[in-house]
Design a protein around this ligand. Structure first.
Ligand code: TYM
Length: 330
C-alpha cells in the first residue's frame, strides 16, 4: 500500500482553503486507498510569535476537527508532531543536507520574514529552517504521496531535492515523495482580497470562511465577497479573480467545471447565493460532529496517543538508518 503523509499547522482556526485544498481528499480518498498519516504540526506553529495557551488549544481543535470531518482512526493515523521525536532528530540531518541559500529562497519565508520585520518584530531562526522540519515530516515515513494545496509546492520541491541529495551522498535511505494537488480549488483565495490566498492566520477575517463558522456567518461572508464591476459571469482567473474564486469554490462543492458553471449565471447575486448554500451544506456535517467530539476531549487525546505510538514505530527505523548513514553512532 502507498504511504501518504500530510499535515496542518495550528496557527489559526482551519479554513475552507484547508478543507478544499487538503482535508477533503484525506477524508474522502486518501485514508481509504493508502496507509495514510495526518499530523497536526505544532512545532511548525512555533516559528512565528505565538501564545502557548493558544497553540495548545488550536492543536486540540485541529485534531478534533479532522476527526469531525471524517478521518477515521481505524483507517489512518492521526497524531501531533511534537509527540514523535523522530521529526526533530531527522530535521537536524535535513539542516545538514540543505544550504542556507536554498532556505532563504523560499517564498513563504521571504513573505513571512518581511511581515515580521515590518511589524518591528524579529524573525525566528526556525522560520528559516521550517522546510527542513517539513522535509523530515515527510521523509521519516517513507512517504510516496503528499496531498496538499498549491501553496506548499515549493516547500515540497525542496523536500524532494533534499531526499535526492541525501540518498546520493549517503546511500539510498529515503523514498522520493510525489506531491499531489486537488483538481479544483488547489488555491482558494481570500474573499475580500482575491489575489491572496485564504490563510488561517490573516488578521482580517471578513474574507476567510472558517470551518466552524455558523451558517449565517458563512452566508454573510460569501455575499460580501469582492468581485468586480462587470456584471457578466465569466471565468477568468487573471482578470477577474474574485468571480473565478467563487466559481472554483462552487465547482469544488458541487462537482463540475468552473468555466461551464459560469454559463449558468446571469448575475453575481445568484452565483453568490448558490456558493453560500453549497459551502454551508459542505461544512455542516463536520461542524455538527465537532460539537459532539469537543465534549469528549479524552477520546480525542486517546486517538492522538495511539497515533503517536504508531507513527513513532514507523519512523524510528528509518531515522536510525539515516543517523548511521551520515556517520553517527546510532
Ligand atoms: P497549512 O497549515 O498552511 O495548510 C494545511 C493544508 O491546507 C492547504 N491550504 C490551502 N489549500 C487551498 N487553498 C488555500 N487557501 C489553502 N490554505 C491552506 C495547504 O496547502 C496544506 O495542504 N507547512 C504546511 C504543513 C506541513 C506539511 C508538512 C504538509 C508541515 N509539514 C509535511 C505536508 C507535508 C502548512 O503550513 O500547511
Amino acid at each position: 500500500r502507498a504511504r501518504i503523509f500530510s499535515g496542518v499547522k495550528p496557527t489559526g482556526h482551519l479554513t475552507l482553503g484547508n478543507y478544499l485544498g487538503a482535508m477533503r481528499r484525506w477524508v474522502e480518498e486518501d485514508q481509504h486507498r493508502a496507509d495514510a498519516l495526518f499530523c497536526v504540526v505544532d512545532l511548525h506553529a512555533l516559528t512565528v510569535e505565538h501564545e502557548p495557551a493558544r497553540v495548545r488549544r488550536l492543536t486540540r481543535q485541529a485534531a478534533t476537527l479532522l476527526l469531525a470531518a471524517g478521518l477515521d482512526p481505524a483507517r489512518c493515523t492521526l497524531f501531533v508532531q511534537s509527540q514523535v521525536d523522530e521529526h526533530l532528530r531527522l530535521s537536524y540531518l535535513m539542516e545538514c543536507t540543505a544550504s542556507d541559500g536554498e532556505m532563504r529562497r523560499m517564498i513563504q519565508y521571504r513573505e513571512k520574514a518581511a511581515r515580521e520585520q515590518a511589524r518591528g518584530g524579529s524573525v525566528r531562526l526556525s522560520l528559516l529552517t521550517y522546510p527542513a522540519l517539513m522535509a523530515a515530516d515527510v521523509l521519516a515515513y517513507g512517504t510516496h504521496e503528499v496531498p496538499v494545496g498549491e501553496d506548499q509546492a515549493q516547500h515540497l520541491e525542496l523536500t524532494r531535492d533534499l531526499a535526492g541529495r541525501f540518498n546520493e551522498r549517503y546511500g539510498a535511505t529515503f523514498v522520493m515523495p510525489k506531491v499531489t494537488h486537488p483538481a479544483v480549488a488547489a488555491r482558494v483565495m481570500d474573499l475580500q482580497e482575491p489575489t491572496s490566498k485564504m490563510g488561517k492566520s490573516h488578521a482580517r477575517t471578513a474574507g476567510i470562511v472558517y470551518l466552524l463558522d455558523e451558517p449565517e456567518v458563512v452566508r454573510k461572508k460569501v455575499m460580501r465577497a469582492v468581485t468586480d464591476t462587470a456584471s457578466e459571469v465569466v471565468y477568468e482567473r487573471g482578470e477577474r479573480p474574485g468571480v473565478a474564486n467563487l466559481l472554483d469554490v462552487l465547482a469544488a462543492c458541487t462537482g463540475g467545471e468552473p468555466a461551464r458553471l459560469a454559463e449558468g449565471y446571469a448575475s453575481y447575486g445568484a452565483l453568490k447565493r448558490d456558493v453560500a448554500e453549497a459551502v454551508v451544506e459542505l461544512l455542516r456535517p463536520a461542524r455538527e460532529r465537532h460539537a459532539e467530539l469537543a465534549a469528549d476531549p479524552r477520546y480525542v487525546d486517546g486517538v492522538l496517543r495511539e497515533g503517536a505510538e504508531r507513527a513513532r514505530a514507523l519512523a524510528r527505523p528509518r531515522v536510525d538508518a539515516a543517523y548511521r548513514a551520515v556517520g553517527l553512532l546510532a
